[in-house]
Write a protein that binds this ligand. Structure first.
Ligand code: ADP
Ligand code: MG
Length: 699
């Protein structure tokens, strides 16, 4: 066990919640800048971790300086000179010497640095060696040694913080030093001794000291381990509490006997795959149980999730309950509605569609029937969550494309019934690393088999010089009666730029490339009634080619479309490309995905190659996640992934697994965290996840 310099407790824990202004060197103005970093209190400051470290364990002699190398030196200021260059650049030169020689530290256009240095000061400098008339360090990092107590000792490891432009590392470090020196000792340990011992964790106070100012890399490693474990344990504890809380609720025990089963199967027009059978079995088991189902159904695009959902829906309805089926977009809700109506044409199920587009009269009518129980299956968008929607007897909630909805929305819909069963479907394969953290409170089912008769989509990377050939190929496919998607990227910074590119490209393609074909246009800024019309027209073969932005990404089913061109493919995430590609290859004909792109970096080239090599959504997701990191993986924050300050879900996966099993074990022993030794952890979980998680039965 590692022991660092013992720290004595000087102030009570409440001192941590004082404003950072309380720290020496932080006035109202600086406090405002800190606020932008999310640092408001002294505690925030202590938990604002370095993004990197500089190894200054080896101080070099000035005589060792060689041009081009990075070097750390310690010396005395011999002279300070500020002057104006002919280029009207302001140049500051500080001459520094040690017992072996001297060197100039040079800064351009930073006149305010001039009075930081005085002849006789002792300084550390770190930077790259250059030479002009004499040896120079160009814009080095610097530290003026003022007081041996508070400055980094010679030979230290120096933290580097993620800062904005208006703050210098040197200054921030100094304030951090203040904070750590006076307040690290005030942080209360939340873990019981048992967890600390078992995992060989550093006490929190030592961890904070060592994450900022480690004396050795060994100490840093221990500090980081403690803090990563801490962060992931808290997260998993929240998951464990939720999962456990849900299991303790009492929901509906549906009766799904041979009779119901036979009835449902009569409505399914094909033989189910083994995977579908297995998942239906898992779901039926959950539904029979009095514990509420909370299950995530993962299955690649086209794996046949809808019919699995239909089984659950019909089982609930056969038991006299209503089902809500929520989809993320208007188009997708409508498509589900049509699919269900087709499947259910010969049944007595009363199906309603409720979206933002539903007209007032229809809406009022639907709301009445939902309330009185005359509607059985209600399909819609988030319009379903609105307060005016009241169910008579909601027994099952099905949510499609889960990651587009936040955890909060999921709960809102669930609350409309009394502990209804919940089935969440997603076509986005979620890497294990993420699913454990994002959906750790759910059970999992996986459709890992495609329905028969599909040949995988052939994916070809088309460079600019071969675009013409590609267009000729497309014409050949159209001649065979097939249809084509041409997709343009959505440029985040500027919606209108995106709009223009799809619009102008549609014109260009129609006029110059495909003059004798029918080109349709679909983009994100069209009204949803217009979008639907274009989509329907395409489905009815009124267009050969549909030029669109990525809004066709989710769910659209047009088996006759066998070619998809994705322009600027390098701009899309891999998972997004995979989703898009899933829109084709839905019929019996061979389909082709043409990735137009001229990537410049090695990584983006590699990404396109991955797409041409594999059609396994899980492999692609895992690589995408590795290449882009968890933050960008889902694009936005609304997926409910909590902000991780120090953990890296990929690198720290083993710690995540450990923290998860520890957290679940703890909750199985103390489901409400009411033991004295667990109270602090309970407080922490509630504090950390107050907006994101609605913890059942605790709080
Ligand atoms: P997804 O998982 O992407 O939602 P769908 O449920 O839309 O997939 O199914 C894709 C297509 O495959 C649909 O046209 C559906 O009718 C068909 N399908 C699903 N299961 C089977 C099966 N077992 N045999 C044949 N076709 C199936
Ligand atoms: Mg689907």
């Amino acid at each position: 066990m590692l022991v660092t310099k013992s720290i004595t407790k000087t102030s009570p824990p409440s001192a941590l919640y004082q404003s950072v202004q309380y720290l020496k060197g932080v006035g109202p103005k600086r406090a405002e800048i800190f606020g932008k970093l999310g640092v408001h209190t002294i505690r925030d400051m202590l938990f604002y971790f370095p993004r990197d470290y500089k190894d200054r364990t080896r101080i070099q002699k000035i005589s060792e300086a060689t041009i081009g190398a990075e070097i750390t030196i310690k010396g005395k200021v011999l002279g300070v000179q500020a002057r104006m260059a002919r280029s009207r650049k302001n140049i500051l030169e500080v001459f520094v010497g040690d017992e072996t020689g001297s060197i100039a530290a040079t800064w351009f256009n930073q006149p305010f640095l001039t009075n930081k240095f005085h002849v006789g000061d002792r300084v550390f400098l770190h930077g790259k060696v250059g030479a002009y008339k004499y040896l120079q360090l160009l814009s080095p990092e610097y530290e003026v040694v003022q007081d041996d107590e508070t400055t980094a000792k010679e030979g230290s490891i120096v933290p580097v913080y993620p800062l904005t432009e208006h703050m210098s590392q040197t200054h921030f470090r100094k304030i951090m030093k203040e904070a750590v020196h006076h307040f690290a000792a005030c942080i209360d340990e939340i873990f019981p001794q048992e967890i600390i011992w078992k995992n060989q964790l550093l006490p929190i106070n030592d961890a904070i000291v060592n994450i900022h100012f480690p004396e050795t890399f060994e100490n840093l490693k221990h500090a980081r381990f403690r803090l990563v474990y801490d962060e992931l344990f808290t997260l998993e504890l929240a998951m464990a509490l939720r999962k456990c809380g849900i299991k303790e609720e009492t929901g509906v025990s549906f009766k799904i006997g041979a009779n119901v089963d036979t009835h449902i199967r009569k409505l399914i027009p094909f033989a189910l795959t083994h995977a579908q059978e297995r998942v239906i079995h898992e779901i039926a088991e959950d539904m029979r149980s009095s514990k509420p189902m909370n299950r995530l159904l993962q299955g690649d695009v086209g794996s046949g999730k809808t019919v699995v959902a239909m089984y659950a829906i019909l089982a609930a309805i056969a038991n006299g309950y209503q089902t809500a089926f929520m989809a993320p977009t208007e188009i997708l809700a409508k498509q589900h509605f049509q699919t269900m109506q087709r499947y259910l044409a010969h049944s007595h199920v009363r199906t309603h569609l409720l979206t933002g587009d539903t007209n007032l009269r229809q809406r009022k009518n639907s709301l009445d029937q939902i309330k009185t129980g005359q509607a059985d299956l209600i399909i819609g968008t988030h319009a379903l969550i609105e307060e005016t929607v009241q169910f008579h007897r909601l027994g099952l909630v099905v949510i499609d494309e889960q990651h587009k909805f936040g955890v909060v929305q999921r709960l809102k819909l669930k609350k409309k019934g009394v502990c209804p069963d919940v089935l969440i479907m997603t076509a986005t394969p979620i890497p294990r690393t993420l699913s454990l953290t994002l959906f750790g409170d759910l059970d999992f089912s996986l459709l890992d088999e495609m329905p028969p008769g599909r040949s995988p989509v052939k994916t070809i990377w088309v460079t600019q010089d071969r675009e013409k050939q590609a267009y000729d190929f497309i014409k050949g496919e159209i001649a065979k009666g097939r249809q084509v998607f041409i997709v343009y990227p959505l440029v985040e910074e500027s919606e209108s730029f995106d709009l223009k590119s799809a619009v102008t490209e549609a014109k260009r393609l129609q006029g110059e490339v495909f003059p004798s074909h029918r080109v349709g246009l679909l983009h994100g800024q069209m009204k949803s009634s217009e979008k639907d019309k274009v989509m329907m027209d395409f489905k009815e073969k009124k267009y050969d080619i549909l030029v669109s932005t990525v809004i066709i990404e989710v769910g659209i089913d047009i088996p006759n479309a066998t070619v998809m061109v994705i322009v600027h493919a390098e701009r899309f995430g891999l998972s997004q490309l995979h989703q898009l590609r899933g829109r084709i290859g839905r019929g019996s004909e061979q389909s082709y995905c043409l990735l137009f792109g001229n990537p410049t970096s090695l990584v983006s080239k590699e990404r396109l190659k991955i797409m041409t090599r594999t059609s396994d959504g899980f492999k692609i997701a895992e690589m995408d996640f590795r290449l882009r990191g968890p933050g960008e993986f889902f694009g936005t924050r609304q997926h409910g992934l909590p902000e991780l300050r120090i953990s890296d879900l990929i690198k720290d996966f083993p710690i995540l697994k450990k923290a998860r099993s520890d957290a679940f074990e703890l909750v199985s022993k103390d489901p409400q965290l009411t033991l004295d030794t667990h109270l602090r952890m309970r407080e922490r979980v509630l504090e950390t996840f107050k907006d994101r998680f609605e913890l059942v039965n605790i709080g």
